[in-house]
Design a protein around this ligand. Structure first.
Ligand SMILES: CC(C)(COP(=O)(O)OP(=O)(O)OC[C@H]1O[C@@H](n2cnc3c(N)ncnc32)[C@H](O)[C@@H]1OP(=O)(O)O)[C@@H](O)C(=O)NCCC(=O)NCCS
Length: 175
């Protein structure tokens, strides 16, 4: 698998988020953001860690300590049920090298190491073959299609993929 390292989101990572604020990339998340919204997202990522409600990482590869992408997870209430949701992106120049699947696998290890046992869901749009391929390659199971409200009034037609940490840990113990 491609060599990647995950670094906890830090105060220095605002530029990484600014580079990710392209129409092509943000179309998957609800649309391009103003700079104030990007700064607010950066603050939210830092707050997740402080409050223990999730974790975002900078994806680092050899020769690129500034980061080539973002991967993370956060707690979410899904109709009264506590779950985790994950998301990711890789800058256009570094795609097609297996960076995202390797980063997602590394992130799932971090989620387990943090003692989380809730299922981790990911919701790529049905018309996003690259991200659906990442889910498959990182070992998620496809549950089906769902409409997902990414922002008030903005609904995306997505696939619901899940990685079950508890089951993965249980089967790992059996081997
Ligand atoms: C989805 C994304 C993170 C994949 O990252 P990646 O590191 O390129 O992942 P991979 O190298 O495994 O490539 C995934 C798929 O992208 C496609 N792909 C291959 N080369 C590519 C390239 N040069 N450029 C774009 N996509 C490519 C292929 O379908 C590949 O799947 P395959 O290997 O089974 O054929 C990246 O495309 C991205 O950031 N997209 C925009 C943001 C986004 O969609 N985020 C997910 C929101 S749910």
């Amino acid at each position: 698998m491609t060599d990647v390292e995950l670094r906890p989101w830090s105060a220095d990572d605002l530029d990484l988020l600014r580079r990710a604020n392209t129409p092509e990339l943000m179309d998957q998340l609800g649309g391009i953001e103003t700079d104030a919204q990007v700064v607010a997202r950066h603050e939210r990522y830092l707050r997740l860690q402080r409050e223990g409600t999730g974790f975002q990482f900078r994806i680092v590869i050899a020769g690129h300590p500034e980061g080539v992408g973002i991967v993370g997870y956060w707690h979410r209430d899904e109709g009264g049920q506590a779950t985790l949701e994950a998301g990711w992106s890789v800058e256009a120049a570094y795609r097609g090298r297996g960076i995202a699947p390797a980063a997602v696998v590394a992130m799932l290890e971090q989620v387990r190491a943090a003692g989380e046992t809730l299922p981790v869901h990911a919701y790529p749009r049905v018309d996003n073959p690259a991200s659906n391929a990442v889910c498959r390659k990182a070992g998620f199971t496809l549950l089906g299609e769902v409409d997902f409200e990414v922002a008030p009034g903005r609904v995306l037609h997505t696939n619901d993929w899940v990685a079950r940490l508890a089951r993965a840990a249980a089967s790992a113990r059996l081997t």
